[in-house]
Unconditional design. Structure first.
Length: 190
């Protein structure tokens, strides 16, 4: 249930900033997908895991549709989003496999891989065929596209690291605090 609440947080983090234009790609999507993926297969059959994966992709695809058609008022071309939807699934699977044993290093590498892969894929696809792409189909155009995307990458990396760090780290911190309190209660008074 917590995984679905995190998925809702990811959706809201994409929708709400669209109404005041201040987001710059600071969302809970990357960290949320890593967390959702880490919980996706726990004790489930392959069929149930596949259903959870499909539900996460479907919810985020619906968000893409809403943002494109309602908020930005552009025509929706599903083909333009296929790579993004595959990326959503890949990050869930990364969370499922990479984070089977949660460590600080694994969460950090997961956040780095998540943000970097999105930056590389989304900017490449925008340069390659985005209907609004002002960049020529040359190496200089690709470099200009990636350069223009750097502020978004930075913010996505920071937000993904913060969200993933909080989602994976706070339960560990709470367990350590509870353990310390329990140990302090069981200490004899001097």
């Amino acid at each position: 249930m917590l995984a679905y609440a995190v998925l809702l947080l990811a959706v809201l983090s994409r929708i709400l900033p669209a109404f005041h234009s201040v987001a710059w790609n600071f969302t809970a999507v990357g960290g949320g997908l890593l967390f959702f993926g880490s919980r996706m297969g726990q004790g489930n059959s392959a069929r149930l895991t596949a259903i959870k994966l499909a539900s996460a992709v479907a919810v985020l695809a619906a968000t893409d549709y809403f943002l494109t058609v309602v908020v930005y008022q552009f025509p929706f071309l599903a083909g333009a989003y296929l790579v993004t939807w595959l990326w959503y699934a890949a990050i869930c699977l990364l969370g499922m496999r990479l984070l089977e044993k949660t460590t600080f290093l694994r969460v950090g590498l997961g956040a780095l891989a998540t943000s970097t892969s999105f930056f590389l894929l989304s900017n490449f696809m925008f340069w390659l065929g985005g209907p609004m792409s002002p960049y020529p189909r040359t190496l200089a155009g690709l470099a200009a596209c990636y350069t223009a995307g750097l502020p978004f990458y930075r913010n996505d990396l920071v937000s993904t690291a913060l969200i993933a760090g909080a989602l994976f780290g706070l339960p560990v911190l709470a367990a350590k605090v509870a353990e310390s309190l329990h140990a302090a209660q069981n200490q004899p008074l001097a």
